[in-house]
Design a protein. Sequence first.
Length: 579
Amino acid sequence: MNRLFYGDCLTVMRDMGLGAVDLIYLDPPFKSQRDYNAIYKDETGRPLPDQIEAFTDMWTLDEAREHSIRHMPVLMRENGIEDSVVEFWRIWMNALRKTNPSLLAYLSYMVERLVPMRAILKPTGSIYLHCDSTASHYIKVMMDGIFGHDNFRNEIVWRRTGSHGNPKRWAPIHDTILFYTKSAHYTWNWPKLPYMRGHVEENFVRDGDGFRTNYYGNVLTGSGTRRGLSGQTWRGIDPTAKDRHWAIPRKLWEESGIDGAGLNQHQKLDALFEAGLIRFEKGSAWPIYERRVRSDDGPAISNIWAYQPYTEGTVFGTEDGIDADVSWIKPRAAERMGYRTQKSLGLMGRIIGASSNPGDVVFDPFCGCATTLEAAHKLGRQWIGVDIAIHAIKRVAQVRLQDRLNLVEGKDFVVEGVPRDLEGARDLWERDKYHFQKWAVEQVDGFVTAKRTADGGIDGRLYFGLYRQKDLASMALEVKGGKHINIGVIRELRGVLERDEAEMAGLIVMEPVEGRKLTNFKREMAAAGHLEEYGFEYPRMQMLSVGEILNGARFSTPSVVGRRETAQGSLPYGTSSPQ
């Protein structure tokens, strides 16, 4: 069954079997030092603060990254990477640690995930990595080491729809897609561009409501004479007389679809003639090879995918193969889901159609708004998508899979990795504490902070609007997954509230606080006072347990960004349901 995972693709891949997927497409966060903040907008029209991001590609060498870098040689050797590559990595990383630590953090993150991608890819599989010029050359070096230089197939230049202006350099307008395969024997479906209608009308023969080729005799012969059957007369025509011999091009023979097992050269010519693919035109003694223009005819697609205007048609081409739609360049308006870096269905369709077959498994480890999954579904492939943001998972499941594709969760696809009960939340805490914090923050409609924290400080923020305030206000969120929480946690959070610019503070705990401890907690939180808005009073400090959150409870605040419904239904801006 198709699967959508909430979590880090590194964790997900550990549970996937060897050779589990046929095609991998990844559009990971680029090493471009930019935050992306385009998905979630306050319905009042006010922009979200700069520190909110749907995902981020800012990289620092923190303790967790340093641990991954030190462990990388072991990971590589365990996955069969050559010692020479491992030693190169060690030297290169030591150099980057001094010259460009943020690049080192990014490369270690990527390599840590590319190594298991090689393991889960079938021997006939392919991988396409989408990146930009800031780190594509570094990534290619590591891809050569992991997948093998001999398995590098193409560097594809994909031109975006518009350039990013800069007065001191040429305006950048392209991304890079690195195409590698697992081995020399891989799935390849010979993608072609459709013929332009003017070219067909000028160079092909109109035949009824379509067009046909009109190749003359030299197409069926080769230069020079031969003593064998290929040099002998066929149907009264002696190729030796013109210093030639019978030679059916392999491409023409394959396109005929005739089973040529056991046939000699003359018998193949007879089979083509009987199939109507060879005829003798009046006034000419030489045979003519002909066939109708099909939907898959046309010139081979190059490795430069340049922008062209839209034409009418479907995302994946037209039935007659002429003037096919080129909407693979950018998403149509109906496709857009608010992601700044969203790719089009057609772009994904081109890659999936070229390097996989119906029924194959397509894997996108950074699926974001899930364009890859929709394209795979439309082309009859199975799919697996992973994303680390619960906001993205919820949006994909609802908008992309249910609304657009009419897929039913539990029947057509499953969502995994999202805790459904307290036991699942505890399991997530044990497996990945940072990811648990992230899930808890996002579960209450908050946004995680960009920087990881070791279970201390602010883990996220929940944003809401206030009537007479231009900018959005926030609730600082802290998550504690441990079993033993003392009053010091409340006091520290109250100190954060007093020092921070937040209007409110919220504590999320794994286990409910009970008895005398709860009484002390409530007393300390009440001392922080209330926030008044529209006649409602909201406690400035609040606490929720994971069990309460899983049962639908949320922090009581004025209108929350991204939360359109409450227990009483939709509420107008500036109001909320106080608890």
